[in-house]
Design a protein around this ligand. Structure first.
Ligand code: MG
Length: 346
C-alpha cells in the first residue's frame, strides 16, 4: 500500500480502459509522471486533451493517436477500419485541426485471420480516408500467434495543422453546449450485436469522420467556438464532466433537448443504460459563446452530418466541475461513471 496516495489496485482492470475516471487516474498515476511539461507552445500529455499541439511559427501542428480493439470487428453501421480512421480524424478535428495532413496505421493481426477480412478492412479504411480528405502515409504490420490476441488491433495516428487550437477547457459561464447529433448510437449498436438483442428499430453505429462538419461550424463560429470534445467512451456524461472540471464551470443540460433516436431510446430503457453514458463515434460537443450559438447551430444543421444538432445546455459559474441534468420536473447531478459500461466498444 502506498503511504502517499490513494489505495489503488496493483493490477489493471477493465475499468482502467473504459475512458472514464478510472482510466484518467491510471494515466495520471502511471504514464504522466516525468512528462508534465508546461513548455511554452506545447499542449502536451498533462493537458489530457483529445490530442497534442505544438506551435510551429504562427500555426499549430496537432497530433493524436488511438488504438482500436472493437469486438466484433464488423458491426451495424461500420467496422474496425472505419472506426480507426474516424476516431483519429475526429480527435484532430475537435482540437481545431480539421484539415488532416496524413495518418499512420499499424495493424497487429492474429495468425489465421482470413485475408478476405483484411481486404474488407482495408477497403473501409480507404473509403473513410477519402471521406475525411486524407490518406494513410505510413504504417506497420505485426502478426502474433493464434490465441495471443483476438483477431486484429489497429493503431492510427494523425497530424493536422491549424491557426487556433480549440481545447476542451475553454468554457465560461454563459456559453452554450451544442451536440452535433444524436446520442449513444455507436455504443448501443455494438452492445446489441454483442448481446444478440432482438430490438425494434434499427440500431446503427454513427461512426464517421466529422472534420468536414466541424470545419463548417468553425467557419461560422470562429473564435466564438471556445471548447470542443468528441464524446466517445463514457459518452456525453464523461466528456462534459471533463470539460466542466477543466474549465471550472458548472454545466446544466436539459433532458428535453437531448437528441436520441427512437431505437436507442428503447434499447437503453430495456438495458437500463442512460444514452448519455454511451459511446458516440461521429459526434462532437461544442462550447459556444451565447451570441454565436444560433449561427453555429444553423451551420451544423445545414450540413448532412449535423441535421440533428441541438443546443443541449449552458455553463454557469456555480457548481464548478459538475454536470446537472434538468429533467423538466427537477434537477439532479449527473454523476460521472467509471467509463463505458461495455469493454472493447472502440
Ligand atoms: Mg477524443
Amino acid at each position: 500500500m502506498s503511504s502517499t496516495g490513494p489505495v489503488i489496485s496493483e493490477r489493471v482492470s477493465m475499468q482502467d480502459g473504459a475512458g472514464g475516471r478510472a482510466m484518467r487516474s491510471l494515466v495520471e498515476e502511471i504514464f504522466l509522471p516525468g512528462f508534465e511539461s508546461d513548455q511554452e507552445g506545447v499542449i502536451g500529455l498533462s493537458a489530457m486533451d483529445d490530442g497534442a499541439a505544438i506551435r510551429l511559427g504562427d500555426r499549430w501542428l496537432v497530433l493524436t493517436t488511438d488504438s482500436h480493439v472493437v469486438h466484433p470487428i464488423f458491426f451495424p453501421g461500420g467496422d474496425i477500419g472505419r472506426l480507426a480512421i474516424a476516431g483519429t480524424v475526429n480527435d484532430l478535428a475537435v482540437m481545431g485541426a480539421t484539415r488532416v495532413l496524413g495518418l499512420t496505421c499499424a495493424a497487429i493481426i492474429e495468425e489465421g485471420l482470413p485475408k478476405t477480412i483484411l481486404r474488407r478492412i482495408q477497403r473501409s479504411i480507404r473509403e473513410a480516408c477519402a471521406e475525411a480528405g486524407t490518406s494513410i502515409v505510413t504504417g506497420d504490420t505485426k502478426v502474433m500467434g493464434r490465441g495471443e490476441l483476438d483477431g486484429i488491433i489497429l493503431n492510427t495516428s494523425g497530424i493536422g495543422m491549424c491557426e487556433r487550437v480549440v481545447s476542451d477547457a475553454g468554457l465560461h459561464p454563459g456559453d452554450r453546449i451544442i451536440v452535433t447529433g444524436s446520442l449513444g448510437d455507436h455504443g448501443m449498436a455494438v452492445m446489441a450485436v454483442r448481446h444478440e438483442l432482438e430490438l425494434d428499430g434499427d440500431l446503427e453505429s454513427d461512426v464517421m469522420p466529422i472534420n468536414d462538419l466541424i470545419d463548417a461550424a468553425l467557419r461560422v463560429g470562429g473564435s466564438g467556438i471556445v471548447a470542443m470534445k468528441d464524446p466517445t467512451r463514457g459518452g456525453v456524461a464523461s466528456a462534459l464532466h471533463e470539460m466542466a472540471t477543466k474549465s471550472h464551470v458548472g454545466i446544466v443540460i436539459a433532458e428535453v433537448c437531448l437528441p436520441v433516436r427512437a431505437a436507442v431510446r428503447s434499447a437503453s430503457e430495456l438495458l437500463g443504460i442512460d444514452p448519455l453514458r454511451i459511446a458516440n463515434e461521429g459526434k462532437a460537443l461544442l462550447g459556444v459563446r451565447p451570441d454565436r450559438a444560433a449561427d453555429v447551430l444553423d451551420a451544423l444543421r445545414h450540413h448532412p452530418k449535423g441535421r440533428d444538432a441541438a443546443i443541449i445546455g449552458e455553463c454557469f459559474a456555480e457548481r464548478a466541475g459538475s454536470v446537472v441534468l434538468d429533467t423538466g420536473f427537477g434537477r439532479r447531478l449527473l454523476t460521472e461513471a467509471d467509463g463505458e459500461p461495455l469493454p472493447r466498444i472502440c
